[in-house]
Design a protein around this ligand. Structure first.
Ligand code: ZN
Length: 460
């Protein structure tokens, strides 16, 4: 979109939202829902009604003019965020962010109806999740991750791979890896874009990835990540197509699929055996001696400012920082004017060095500009869920490593499809993770996995 079109786009988004909101909150929906005898429906029918009622109740709580105003302001704010990030100028973004925060607080209060505003926001992305439950999960994770990070960074850093790596060859390998992970190119496609992304559902689920001549893992692991999201959408029972059950059930469960594909499977020692051979074929000498050194390079832990580039050890610390700041913004304990300083102080305290510029700090993520408050924690919940699923997957497929070393993921992806993906929105997030993994979700399995993996890699 041309930069000058932002205001017009905002007005268009507001007009569309007004029409949608009126339909979503139409009082007749309440009558229709009341006429349904849920007891006469099968479990899928009951779940459909549950989801329709949920969407209706949500829409009804938010006034139409507020919904339209949010659509308008967040549409405009996104462009202002992009420009401010380009210029490393938080002050240029702060006024519109203040508007977004005020509107989202108003929406949160309407949704919470006297309850906790942040809980109401979480519910949009992770139904059933609460701030108190997040405090318990993150409270268990934080000390373990802080200690592991300190121990690992105290060790010599493994060698990285050495390029340059032909970008067309990266895309060719990325497409092949997507197929290896079961991505159906008859109902999807892989394209290059600024940001890796997965979009769509059912019969049309597309992904983007990006390339960097120096860092082929950016492309390959972004692809595997997005394939995890896409495989979830593609794996949902076709009987749910274009119904409320025909989408991933929550952002956290969605992220569990992208993470287990990317990390527990894609960054495993076994899969690195196969990937090392493929990359050597495609690019020649990688600058690392063997598959062991390649595995160490893939899983290198190093300092960095950027969440999306963070390794498995440090990623969740980036999320905890955002969670605490956005929660304080929503409760009014933190003002937008103080946000950049609060970010920089917290970053220095958690990571031990100073943020060098706003684009490496408070301006790095698009989320707040588009009104996504309550979304960040779902990334870490995805990691937690992936840890639970990984334990169950290993138990169900005892020779998984032998298969992955041959580049065969069918047993792993088949297990995930069978136990989780096919159900779409049938079960609530915590329920589907418990059904698939045999345990209520906790951080224990993820933390054990991280301590094992990085303990072995770094001798700590
Ligand atoms: Zn993701």
């Amino acid at each position: 979109m041309p930069p000058g079109a932002a205001t017009q786009r905002g007005a268009e988004m507001a007009a569309i939202e007004s029409v949608l909101h009126a339909r979503r909150s139409d009082a007749r929906i309440a009558d229709w829902l009341d006429e349904i005898d849920a007891g006469a429906l099968d479990p899928a029918g009951q779940a459909q009604v549950r989801e329709i009622r949920r969407a209706f109740e949500r829409a009804r709580k938010v006034p139409g003019d507020l919904a339209a105003r949010i659509a308008q302001v967040t549409s405009e704010a996104q462009g202002k965020w992009a420009a401010a990030r380009q210029d490393d100028d938080f002050a240029a973004f702060a006024p519109v962010l203040e508007e977004v925060v005020a509107l989202k607080r108003e929406e949160g209060a309407a949704l919470a109806a006297g309850g906790d505003i942040y809980d109401a926001m979480l519910d949009d992305y992770e139904p059933g999740m609460t701030g108190a439950a997040l405090d318990r999960i993150f409270g268990e994770m934080r000390p373990v991750l802080v200690d592991l990070r300190a121990a690992v960074l105290d060790q010599p850093m493994p060698k990285g791979v050495r390029g340059p790596f032909d970008e067309a060859a990266q895309m060719e390998l990325a497409r092949r890896i997507a197929t290896v992970f079961g991505y159906d190119l008859g109902h999807g496609r892989v394209d290059k874009a600024v940001h890796p992304f997965s979009s769509g559902s059912g019969l049309d689920v597309r992904i983007t990835t990006r390339t960097s001549a120096e860092d082929p893992f950016n492309c390959l692991y972004s692809t595997i990540h997005e394939v995890g999201h896409a495989a979830y959408e593609q794996g949902i029972d076709r009987a749910y197509l274009l119904t409320p059950l025909g989408r991933g059930v929550s952002m956290g469960v969605h992220e569990s699929q992208s993470r287990i594909y990317e990390n527990q499977i894609g960054r495993s020692r076994a899969f690195c055996e196969w990937l090392y051979a493929q990359m050597t074929d495609a690019f020649g000498d990688l600058g690392v001696a063997n598959a062991d050194a390649f595995y160490a390079a893939v899983n290198r832990v190093q300092n960095g400012y950027i969440r999306t580039e963070a390794d498995e050890v440090q990623y969740n610390l980036h999320i905890m920082l955002r969670l605490d700041l956005e929660r304080a913004l929503m409760t009014g304990d933190l003002q937008v004017a103080d946000l950049e300083a609060a970010w920089n102080d917290r970053f220095a305290a958690d990571f031990g060095y100073q943020v060098d510029k706003a684009s490496d700090g408070v301006l790095q993520d698009v989320h707040w500009s588009v009104g996504l408050f309550g979304y960040f924690p779902t990334y870490s919940l995805g990691n937690v869920y992936a840890g639970c699923l990984h334990d169950a997957l290993r138990a169900a497929v005892p020779d998984l490593d032998d298969q992955l070393a041959r580049g065969e993921t069918a047993a792993a992806t088949g297990w995930l499809r069978e136990n989780l993906q096919q159900h779409g929105g049938l079960y609530a997030p915590a329920e589907i993770i418990e059904r698939a993994s045999g345990q209520a979700p906790t951080a224990g399995p993820l933390l054990r996995y991280l301590k094992d993996k990085f303990g072995t890699l770094y001798g700590v």
